[in-house]
Design a protein around this ligand. Structure first.
Ligand SMILES: [Zn+2]
Ligand SMILES: [Zn+2]
Length: 138
């Protein structure tokens, strides 16, 4: 989980909700991916325009699209590199749930377990008063 945090800090292109997913087999890290794209740097977020609620309308914005989520990126990386994902574990740092497209990609890859950081539903929840959104790496 610490590796996932560090990977997010170093590699995520998402300024607000940086996160990363690490693939683990027999206690060894065999893959990692961070979320985000540079789309929001040059373009306005369509989900902000539409006032989309958290977790919805990802497919309507090029920058928020599930293809930029770390879990889905990790699954496609594993596929590209020929990494066997059967019964491996995913450690997701920086978020407190997975969207349906990412979840489906992980099911397809036969991931054994998905681990989130303890209290992530508080720490990474924009709607929770005790969240750390905006100072995740402080
Ligand atoms: Zn967006
Ligand atoms: Zn997702």
């Amino acid at each position: 989980m610490i590796e996932a945090r560090n990977f997010a800090e170093t590699n995520s292109l998402d300024k607000i909700m940086p996160n990363a997913s690490v693939l683990v087999k027999d206690g060894k890290i065999i893959g990692a991916a961070a979320n985000g794209s540079d789309y929001h740097e040059k373009n306005i977020c369509q989900r902000v325009v539409l006032k989309s609620p958290t977790g919805q309308d990802y497919e309507l914005c090029e920058g928020c699209h599930p293809k930029n989520h770390s879990e889905g990126k990790l699954m496609r990386l594993a596929e590209t590199e020929g990494i066997d994902t059967n019964d491996t574990d995913v450690y997701l740092w920086g978020h407190w749930w997975c969207c349906e497209p990412c979840w489906n990609e992980m099911l397809k890859a036969n991931i054994g377990n998905v681990y989130l950081l303890e209290n992530s539903e508080i720490l990474f929840n924009k709607n929770h008063p005790d969240n750390i959104v905006g100072r995740q790496f402080a």
